[in-house]
Design a protein around this ligand. Structure first.
Ligand SMILES: [Zn+2]
Length: 284
């Protein structure tokens, strides 16, 4: 079982580094099309709203005065419902992808290092930056939440890395901090000239930092010695594969998961009723 660092993103849902190689967990492909459709509906709604305002003798460029009720045409009503449905589907896709990612990570790794409660200063990518930032933060928070509880089920060591640790800006080769680093995907270290992929470098750093934190916990302050393993028997050096018992993920304590109930649940997924859809609307 490996020790991994997990860097959460948006286009790439997560970048995972296990010390030797990095693997990417891409965002679901269907998401792109859904987002485009959502934007189209939103433009349509804004056109319909302006038309309604004109029909009631108002200037659509100005905010609607207080106390004025705008009529809702059949078409505007339909657009509104379509927007709500797109939001729900997008949330479903994101949540599903995050669950797959967290389950996969917890299954593969014994030690998992992930960023702690930091509001990520920058989201990757351009364009609607504020929106993307909000989504990226929500995705990171949700991924961390899932990894934490699934990690507890499977007896994993989940290390939350401090807010102020500059995982993106630190060179994973030499440790130099590139303070001037902006949003670019690739960069070269000014000190040792190593070239980095932003996300892979961050995941690598998070992994190293996670292992360091575990070593600190395990070492006695008096001697400063680095023991082979910490108090829980988890090996500190990831490269020496630790002989840990792996608790299978399937045996999680879910009292409310009877076979009959899960069959019924599968059926609702196949044909989601209006209520079911509304129920899952919340989330990312
Ligand atoms: Zn360097």
């Amino acid at each position: 079982m490996a020790a991994v660092g997990v860097d959460a993103g948006l286009r790439v849902l997560a970048t995972v580094h296990d010390g030797e190689r990095a693997w990417l967990i891409p965002a679901p492909k269907a998401l792109t099309g859904r987002l485009a459709r959502l934007r189209r509906y939103q433009r349509r709604q804004s056109r319909q709203l302006a038309a309604q305002m004109r029909a009631q003798g108002l200037d659509p460029a100005k905010p609607c005065p207080k106390g004025v009720r705008l009529g809702v045409s059949r078409r505007r009503y339909r657009t509104r419902r379509r927007i709500a449905r797109e939001h729900a589907r997008i949330a479903d896709l994101r949540r599903d992808a995050l669950h797959r990612a967290s389950t996969g990570i917890v299954r593969e790794a014994q030690v998992i290092a992930i960023e702690g409660l930091r509001v990520k200063a920058m989201a990757r990518g351009m364009g609607r930056r504020a929106f993307r930032r909000g989504v990226a933060d929500a995705a990171l928070g949700e991924l961390r939440r899932q990894i934490t509880y699934k990690g507890a089920w499977a007896a994993r060591e989940v290390v939350l890395i401090d807010t102020f640790y500059a995982s993106s800006k630190t060179c994973s080769e030499c440790g130099a901090v590139n303070a001037a680093l902006k949003l670019q995907k690739h960069w070269q270290c000014l000190a040792c000239a190593a070239s980095h992929d932003r996300d892979v470098n961050a995941a690598k750093n998070l992994r190293a930092e996670g292992l360091r934190v575990l070593r600190m916990r395990g070492s006695s302050p008096a001697t400063g010695e680095r023991p082979e393993s910490d108090a829980r028997g988890v090996a500190c050096a990831a490269d020496a594969a630790p002989p840990v018992t792996v608790v299978p993920l399937q045996r999680r304590p879910t009292a409310n998961r009877e076979p009959a109930q899960s069959a019924a649940r599968r059926q609702t997924r196949r044909a989601p009723s209006g209520t079911a859809r509304r129920r899952v609307r919340a989330g990312l």
